[in-house]
Design a protein around this ligand. Structure first.
Ligand code: AR6
Ligand code: MG
Length: 320
């Protein structure tokens, strides 16, 4: 089947892939967070930490993805003001989730009445290029997975609530597309085809060159080469390519993709959240280790959100 082409709409499995994506994002986030800021992490350390921790608690990555899903379900489409207010309200309820420095300042402005598409402009010169818009975008990639015309614009607009720098926006668009393609096609037919499809979306040289570089990393035995050549930092251009690469290096194993994402070090929770969202969307919830899922904080709510998002996406697709 051609990646990105018009194809069948596999109703049953698609629901399981929506669930895999939401739960996979949260698990990647939770598994990565104990290692945030480390230079490199061994895979066995990640497995052991997952086993020893009684509760796998997530951070702002998942908390904001919840806001994206809640708003899409409620509105039946992307509505900037509603999503921005949802983010601000959720932040007020749980400000301790580990948010980056920029978003709380944006939420304050939104609460003070600044329009949702203006509030983030002045937080950083040129806008933020942090990975905060990419880390949360997966539910939107799911929701618009059949609509490749609306998807890039919706992904860019949701980014602008907090991240207006072109590099922050393009990272979110690429992550949304990777999730959408994974959800639509399930197990990917070919990494090269997926990368070629993503390359058509790039306007920024840094993403184009990193997507090109990725092909040569697929057979590379050392994970450390991924961090070295694609980056592992908080900037969108230093984390979105790394997350996509971890998925492509382990397209058949959710656990291996996520463990490798954590092992890169750096912004471990966010790279693993993004890799987990893509891997979960591709492989479905049944390929996520049960022992991890059983310990995930708020698992039932995340699962319900995924199913409601799937129902809302179907409704939209039918035009009803
Ligand atoms: N110039 C210089 N540095 C920048 C710029 C810029 N224009 N934009 C961003 N940065 P922020 P986020 C750097 O505050 O993207 C949580 O831990 C700057 O160092 O917009 O939502 C999550 O788990 C700034 O502090 O927040 C993610 O890991 C940083 O990028 C992360 O935070 C983050 O940008 C998401 O953060
Ligand atoms: Mg992070």
């Amino acid at each position: 089947m051609k990646i990105g082409g018009k194809g069948r709409y596999p109703f049953g499995p698609l629901r399981e892939r929506f669930r895999g994506c939401m739960l996979g994002l949260a698990l990647g986030d939770a598994l990565g967070v104990p290692f945030e800021g480390r230079r490199e992490v061994r895979g066995d350390q990640v497995w052991r930490a997952a086993e020893e921790r009684p509760l796998l608690r997530y951070t702002d990555d998942t908390h904001m993805a919840i806001g994206v899903a809640e708003s899409l379900i409620k509105c039946g489409r992307f509505e900037g003001r509603h999503m921005a207010e949802t983010f601000a309200r959720n932040f007020k309820e749980e400000p301790w989730r580990g948010y980056g420095p920029g978003p709380p300042r944006v939420f304050e402005k939104i609460e003070a009445g600044v329009p949702w598409d203006r509030a983030a402009e002045t937080i950083y010169p040129g806008g933020s290029f942090g990975n905060g818009a990419a880390m949360r975008v997966a539910p939107l990639g799911l929701y618009y997975c059949r609509d490749f015309k609306l998807l890039p614009e919706a992904a860019a607009q949701q980014s602008k609530i907090t991240h207006t720098h072109p590099l922050g926006i393009e990272g979110a668009v690429l992550q949304a597309f990777a999730v959408a393609l994974a959800a639509l096609h399930g197990p990917i037919p070919s990494a090269g085809e997926l990368l070629a499809r993503l390359r058509t979306l790039t306007g920024e040289e840094i993403y184009r060159s990193k997507l090109e570089e990725m092909e040569s990393l697929l057979g590379e035995p050392r994970a450390s080469a991924v961090a070295l050549r694609l980056g592992n930092g908080i900037e969108a251009f230093n984390s979105v390519p790394a997350a996509i690469c971890c998925f492509l290096r382990h397209p058949g194993s959710f656990a291996e993709a996520v463990v490798e994402a954590v092992s890169l070090g750096g912004d471990t929770d966010t790279i693993a959240a993004m890799a987990g969202a893509i891997a979960g969307a591709s492989l479905g919830v049944e390929k996520i280790p049960r022992g991890w899922l059983a310990k995930l904080e708020n698992k039932d709510y995340l699962d319900q959100l995924a199913v409601r998002l799937w129902e809302a996406a179907l409704k939209g697709a039918d035009g009803s």
